[in-house]
Design a protein around this ligand. Structure first.
Ligand code: CUA
Length: 158
């Protein structure tokens, strides 16, 4: 009788452990399954082939966000940048968010500290305050193909 009861306890315990084990196994498989595709599709990831349908890059535009600040949503492609010409008043701070719809490009504004790599699949961010009026070149400094030398656009500071 006594032994029988003990056996029952152990059996119950064993079953409980099995359930816990299966739960942990299932849970880790679940989170791993979530993780692998997730690392490719986390908040900052964009399918380069679908840039034209991925907000905000579906509508590249320069938008005033108030207080002399601007947000420039841009797409780099072989071989140019969209939108083509940007214009802001002197003293403006521009927050650039740039992605590529094809290969790796550069995003350099000579005479400023703006110099970043535009990695396809990512929203690449940089900000700069343009105090001096003038025409600023935005150019590609990563070799990206035959039209690389001609890949640039302009930011006009008035
Ligand atoms: Cu784009 Cu070089």
């Amino acid at each position: 009788m006594h032994i029988h009861r003990l056996e029952k306890i152990w059996l119950t315990f064993g079953m409980a452990m099995l359930v816990v084990f299966l739960l942990v196994l299932g849970l880790s498989a679940f989170t791993m399954g979530m993780d692998t595709p997730n690392s490719k599709h986390h908040a900052h990831s964009i399918d380069p082939a679908k840039v034209s349908e991925t907000p905000p890059f579906d509508k590249p535009v320069l938008t005033p966000t108030g207080d002399g600040e601007y947000e420039a949503v841009m797409v780099a492609y072989a071989f140019g940048y969209s939108p083509e010409t940007l214009e802001v008043p002197a003293g403006s701070t521009v927050h650039f968010a740039v992605t590529s719809s094809d290969v790796v490009h550069g995003f350099e504004i000579p005479g400023t500290n703006v110099n970043m790599m535009i990695v396809p699949g990512e929203a690449n961010h940089v900000s700069h305050t343009f105090d001096k009026p003038g025409e600023y070149l935005i150019l590609c400094n990563e070799y990206c193909g035959i039209g690389h030398q001609m890949m640039y656009t302009k930011l006009v500071v008035k």
